[in-house]
Design a protein around this ligand. Structure first.
Ligand SMILES: [Zn+2]
Length: 146
């Protein structure tokens, strides 16, 4: 039986569960909330490292409220989260509120999209993109968890 570790959308506690149970019915072992809410969660200083330690790849949208392209891209990110979670997880990181994290990853232009798995960066790209291309890019990271 292969197990995956990922965070709860509600309380951010890391949960470990059999890979075949990692679906929209999964519940958090701690708060009993749905583990996968199919919506992005807000990354914060206190929780960010726990979020990106997931075995399931985590897509982070580094954005800011003053950035027009970021705001235009937000609904795309939201829709794709609904369609692809729990195959991937989705986090939004406000680069003004959480400047320390943005600094750690050297974010220079926004939006920047980064894909993490077990704390490591798998891929990154700058600039928004159409939904179809965004999904196509993400689907390359959904290989079965080893
Ligand atoms: Zn929970």
């Amino acid at each position: 039986m292969s197990l995956v570790t990922t965070y709860c959308s509600q309380c951010f506690t890391r949960n470990r569960l059999p890979v075949e149970k990692a679906d929209s019915n999964a519940k958090c072992g701690r708060c009993r909330h749905a583990l996968f809410e199919q919506t992005p969660v807000a990354g914060r200083q206190a929780s960010f490292d726990a979020l990106i330690q997931s075995d399931i790849p985590v897509v982070v949208d580094f954005w800011a409220s003053w950035c027009g392209p970021c705001l235009q891209f937000a609904p795309v990110f939201q829709e794709v989260a609904r369609e692809l979670e729990p195959r991937l997880r989705f986090v939004k990181l406000d680069t003004e509120q959480e400047a320390a994290i943005a600094g750690r990853y050297g974010i220079r232009s926004i939006p920047t999209l980064m894909v993490f798995q077990r704390g490591e960066i798998l891929a990154q790209r700058s600039g928004s993109l159409p939904k179809s291309l965004f999904k196509e890019w993400l689907l390359s990271f959904t290989s079965p968890v080893k």
